[in-house]
Design a protein around this ligand. Structure first.
Ligand SMILES: NC(=O)c1ccc[n+]([C@@H]2O[C@H](COP(=O)([O-])OP(=O)(O)OC[C@H]3O[C@@H](n4cnc5c(N)ncnc54)[C@H](O)[C@@H]3O)[C@@H](O)[C@H]2O)c1
Length: 399
């Protein structure tokens, strides 16, 4: 394990906006909620603007602030690099960090292209040989109700899986005057709703079912093709700068059908144009013996239909996922005292830190995230080819 002799894990985080704040909250909390063999030190945070990153360090609880991620990666007193920047810098920062022997947590989607994701997965596989761990930030796996869904399916409670139905709906760019932030630019984000939120439901459904997507038929749409240039290109909010319009180069919505390797069929919908839907992630799985349904807006609950129950007792049951026996919940409050969005990140850090301490590989690995990237790539190729059926290429890493 690459930690200091005192059992510390010294973290350096790049990017201090939305995910930077969410991850900071999790790093601050993880040793207080969970009994872990090492103590996390929030050693340094990195951003490009000196005043802003200094203010972020103070606000979020970091010991030092830096403006060059290369210097951060080169520091001897850093064990972990946490990448919370837009996708166009994931590969460069991650590859440098792995080469420097740092454990890496990289936000999703892993990269902007299959080529970058493939290079990252290969580098992670090589680094694993030296005890270096890597994790991609598909945090919704760590919502207790989602983890319970995975456990119930793995235990065979649904029998053979027939259907997967997944949607991730937002509405923050419905207004055509909303500016052209980085998430709307292909060279910065890789894709639009597809990579930003579609990637989450691809990972989540493959995780809970234990099945992988083998092929897709897709369509994408860009409803607003030009937008005002932004004054600041931050993630989900920004002002226009009055310099005119720029071209939107990503999808506003992506829809696809899919086949999974265990025999299930699936539908996926990812959009930022579902007016009134702020962050609506919903997944339903139907099997021969029952069904499970999850809704992020009610994240402490899981709906379970158990078709093996006697006829008069059948019906969807609402499980309140707050019992100490439920995944991660023993660390929190008495039953019925619900948790929130930010806990998924604390759980992610818990699993990452524990894996580093144990010398095991956390999931989702970069190979897992590369496979998601291959699905995204197949979706874009299908959509660009009149929705033709398109196979998902196999994951190939050379290490
Ligand atoms: N897991 C999730 O649920 C989730 C949610 C939102 C975003 N994300 C992912 O997290 C990543 C960041 O998204 P965000 O919403 O935090 O974006 P954001 O725009 O809110 O923040 C990006 C940060 O990166 C900084 N940055 C950009 N380029 C940099 C560079 N070269 N060096 C140093 N800092 C740099 C920016 O200054 C900013 O602080 C993206 O990959 C996104 O897809 C994941």
């Amino acid at each position: 394990m690459s930690t200091t002799d005192g059992g510390e894990l010294r973290v350096g985080l790049v990017g201090y906006a939305f995910m930077g704040a969410a991850h900071s909250q999790a790093w601050r909390t993880v040793n207080r909620a969970f009994d872990l063999p090492v103590q996390v030190r929030m050693t340094a945070i990195c951003g490009r603007d000196p005043a802003n990153v200094r203010a972020a360090a103070d606000r979020l609880g970091w010991q030092s602030a830096m403006t060059d991620w290369r210097e951060l990666v080169a520091r001897d007193d850093i064990d972990v690099i946490d990448v919370c920047t837009p996708g166009d810098s994931h590969a460069e920062i991650t590859l440098a960090a792995l080469a420097a022997g740092k454990h890496v947590l990289c936000e999703k989607p892993l990269a902007n292209t299959v080529e970058e994701a493939s290079a990252m997965a290969t580098a992670a596989a090589v680094a694993r040989g030296s005890g270096v761990r890597s994790l991609c930030g598909f945090n919704y796996r760590r919502v207790p109700a989602v983890a319970l869904m995975q456990q119930l399916i793995a235990a065979g409670r649904l029998g053979a899986i027939r259907h997967v139905r997944a949607a991730y709906l937002q509405d923050w760019i419905v207004d055509p005057e909303f500016p052209l932030v980085w998430r709307l630019q292909k060279d910065r984000a890789g894709s639009g709703a597809l990579g930003d939120i579609g990637a989450h439901i691809v990972d989540l459904t493959q995780y809970v079912t234990g099945q992988r997507i083998t092929g897709v038929s897709a369509l994408t749409e860009t409803f607003v093709r030009e937008r005002p240039l932004p004054s600041v290109s931050s993630g989900l909010s920004a002002g226009a700068d009055g310099r005119g319009l720029g071209r939107v180069t990503v999808d506003d919505a992506a829809l696809f059908t899919a086949r999974l390797d265990g025999g299930a069929v699936a539908t996926y919908e990812a959009t930022r144009f579902a007016t009134g839907r702020k962050n609506a992630l919903r997944v339903e799985v139907n099997g021969a013996l029952g069904s499970l349904a999850f809704d992020l807006e009610r994240l402490n609950e899981l709906e379970f239909y158990d078709a093996t129950r006697p006829g008069p007792e059948q019906g969807f049951t609402r499980i309140l996922v707050t019992e100490p026996e439920h995944p991660y919940l023993a660390a929190w409050w008495p039953p019925g005292h619900i948790i929130g969005y930010e806990h998924s990140f604390t759980h992610q850090m818990r699993d990452f830190v524990q894996a580093i301490a144990d010398g095991t590989d956390p999931a989702p690995s970069f190979e897992d995230a590369l496979q998601v990237q291959l699905v995204l790539d197949a979706v874009l190729r299908s959509a660009g080819n009149d929705s033709a059926w398109t196979g998902v290429d196999p994951v190939l890493t050379t290490a």
